[in-house]
Design a binder for this molecule. Structure first.
Ligand code: ADE
Length: 279
């Protein structure tokens, strides 16, 4: 998978060289390129933002700088002010191969070599395991990190209109200073699902938020079985795998109901077994 990250703080992403993510790059499973948005500015101050149209606090990231950068990374032809309002038909040419096709459905993009453009945004739909799974099948992701009060709303619009798969995601109901931390979170959730990324692929099968059973995980313990007077549930040392599975499933259901009742509401009832229904 190729990953381009556009940011005004490229040094933020030096941590991507460590751990499994670093190893995946060494093995050629991931190719990560971080770009400094300021490299596409033309003024002496390398400014990427301006005051909001209509007034208000803070600064908004300028569309021209983003477009120059994105056009180059996406291999799209730059448009002039005169041509940009016109459709491909009006111009008599397809300005980009994607212009000829309607916006792809998420299903289509999973096997598509075309890049998926992702903007973290606190005002967007929540990023979740389903989105991470879908994006883990992509061949090329381009992340755009906003700063200040965000980016000009026409940027995602413009590329969506040209047939690109453009997504905006929030990673939670809180506001960060910029998109860099959100991109790190999304990247970790996405890339660990790529076949071959994890040392032990089994470790992603049983996890919370996975599959139609999206439950919180049961609790985990390791040795010693008694530590500072606290003993692990005896059933886990019984050697009876059927009872261990049932115990863990009941614990997962109970914890989910208590901590995240919304996940219980959203459960696919056909995924529940007879014993679950009694829990
Ligand atoms: N940028 C600022 N806050 C954010 C959030 N919660 N999610 C994604 N991007 C953001």
């Amino acid at each position: 998978m190729k990953i381009d990250i556009i940011t005004v703080f490229p040094e933020y992403f030096t941590a991507l060289g460590i751990g499994l993510f670093g190893k995946a790059q060494e093995r050629g499973l991931l190719q990560v390129i971080t770009h400094n948005l300021r490299d596409w500015t033309h003024d002496v101050h390398h400014s990427v933002d301006d005051t909001p149209v209509g007034g208000g606090a803070g600064m908004v990231m300028k569309p021209e700088v983003w477009a120059e950068c994105l056009d180059e990374l996406l291999g799209m032809k730059a448009e002039t002010e005169e041509t940009s309002g016109m459709t491909g038909n009006e111009l008599g040419i397809a300005r980009h191969p994607a212009d000829a096709a309607p916006a792809p459905s998420p299903q289509e993009t999973s096997t598509d070599a075309r890049p998926i453009l992702i903007f973290p945004n606190p005002s967007a739909p929540l990023f979740n395991q389903k989105a991470a799974t879908e994006l883990s099948h992509a061949r090329h992701l381009v992340f755009g990190c906003g700063r200040y009060e965000g980016y000009d709303a026409r940027i995602p619009c413009y590329y969506r209109d040209r047939g690109l798969d453009v997504r905006e995601y929030s990673i939670g109901d809180y506001v960060l200073n910029g998109g860099e931390a959100a991109v790190s979170v999304m990247l970790e959730a996405i890339t660990r699902l790529i076949p071959g990324f994890m040392g032990n692929p089994d470790s992603i099968v049983e996890e919370s938020y996975t599959g139609s059973n999206a439950l919180l995980e049961h609790l985990q313990y390791t040795r010693p079985t008694t530590w500072r007077g606290l003993t692990v549930p005896s059933i886990l040392t019984s050697g009876d795998h059927g009872k261990v599975d049932r115990f863990r499933r009941d614990e997962a259901l109970e914890r989910t109901d208590r901590i995240r009742p919304d996940l219980i509401e959203a459960l696919d009832c056909s995924a529940l077994d007879k014993a679950d229904r009694k829990t």
